[in-house]
Ligand binder design. Structure first.
Ligand code: SAM
Ligand code: DTB
Ligand code: SF4
Length: 360
């Protein structure tokens, strides 16, 4: 498809037949096209590293059929209350020492209560003070909540569309696709970077994957970060035992995401533990340029960070450089304890400075 190779404009008007045609390309042509587009927007040998932490685990009232954290399924998961801010900050420091540039905090909520959001805001400030970019995923948001997070200095909000609108009803009954789109609008309008993608390998038809990517690319702005998760099967969830996606179809999904959203980070997300290095290498070749880094996702396993660094070494991939403190927007850090209950003494600005200076 030579005309596509030459055309990497940012489009929001993808038609279904165009997406079908991309998925139908011979594998080598598809990967070559994706790689050409990738190289026009990014250093093809650099990958961004985000570390995940579950800051509130389990007992979620939603019924997402893929998720081990729903209260409706018996997955043997221990529920954990919202973490103290100091514990989050310590985990962020460890992630930074290991080379991550972004710290993503996940909370198993349908939507956050204002009281809980305040605690998350304290976490955002504490993680930023460690010199990391921040991302939060905490369910549906009101516009004013998205604005409060933006005001606090949050960099990204993650809210996935997960699958096509028509397959969504088979996967989740406690909220609608429209609910998802409305939160994404609130996040965009607040000026936050959007992290939005989906899960493949949940028994969906190829057409659902095509439709998911079309919906993402036809949003008013492309999400700055697009996580593509390979479904992690957890016993006890309704989707456990479903036929996994063919690994080459997973690679194709990455390549088409890269072509349709040329300037977005495409994250090779959950499912790497089960994937093997060869498929991951193909995903990087197809234009993936971000991963979750650290031995745990939210509740399931992810590759050991030293194994990832060894894989990068083999592939000649460099992790994206950590942001200098001077590149981070100024935010007032509340430190701890600002009333969250962690009991730590409140730090003065001077006391916080050494941690910041170490970043520059
Ligand atoms: N409760 C919030 C929500 O649903 O937006 C935030 C946390 S939720 C766990 C974040 C995302 O994790 C989901 O949107 C889904 O894409 C991903 N996820 C959950 N379980 C997964 C699984 N078993 N395999 C792959 N991705 C999964
Ligand atoms: C995303 O797209 N995937 C991450 C993150 N954003 C929040 C979550 C993956 C969860 C995998 C299952 C688990 O560990 O519980
Ligand atoms: Fe709850 Fe999010 Fe899991 Fe759905 S995906 S059950 S909303 S934690």
């Amino acid at each position: 498809m030579p005309e596509l190779a030459a055309n990497d404009e940012i489009r929001h008007d993808w038609r279904p037949e165009e997406v079908d045609a991309l998925f139908a390309m011979p594998f080598a042509d598809l990967i070559f096209t994706a790689q050409q587009i990738h190289r026009r927007h990014f250093d093809a040998n650099r990958v961004q590293l985000s570390t995940l932490l579950s800051v509130k685990t389990g007992a979620c009232p939603e019924d997402c059929a893929y998720c081990p954290q729903s209260i409706r399924y018996d997955t043997g998961l221990e529920r954990e209350e919202l973490m103290p801010v100091e514990q989050v900050r310590a985990a962020a420091r460890k992630a930074k020492d290991a080379g991550a540039t972004r710290f993503c905090m996940g909370a198993a909520w349908r939507r956050p209560k204002d009281r809980d959001l305040q605690r998350v805001i304290d976490m955002v400030k504490a993680v930023r003070a460690e010199g990391l970019e921040t991302c939060v995923t905490a369910g549906m948001l009101e516009a004013r909540q998205a604005e409060a997070l933006a005001e606090a200095g949050l960099d990204y909000y993650n809210h996935n569309l997960d699958t096509s609108e028509s397959y969504y009803k088979e996967i989740i009954t406690t909220r609608t696709y429209q609910d998802r789109l409305e939160t994404l609008e609130a996040v965009r309008d607040a000026g936050l970077n959007v992290c939005c993608g989906g899960i493949v390998g949940m028994g969906e038809a190829p057409a659902d994957r095509h439709e998911l990517l079309r919906t993402l690319a036809n949003l008013p702005e492309h999400p700055q970060s697009v996580p593509i998760n390979n479904f992690v099967q957890v016993e006890g969830t309704p989707l456990s035992g479903v036929e996994p996606i063919d690994p080459l179809d997973f690679v194709r999904t990455i390549a088409v995401a890269r072509i349709m959203m040329p300037a977005s980070y495409v994250r090779l997300s959950a499912g790497r533990e089960e994937m093997g290095e060869s498929i991951q290498a193909l995903c990087f070749l197809a234009g993936a340029n971000s991963i979750f880094y650290g031995e745990k996702l939210l509740t399931t396993a992810n590759p050991e960070h030293l194994n990832d660094l060894a894989m990068f070494e083999k592939l000649g991939i460099q992790p994206e450089a950590q942001p200098k403190y001077t590149e981070l927007p100024e935010v007032e850090t509340a430190g701890c304890c600002g009333g969250c209950g962690c009991g730590a003494p409140q730090e003065s600005a001077e006391e916080r400075e050494p941690a910041r200076a170490a970043v520059s």
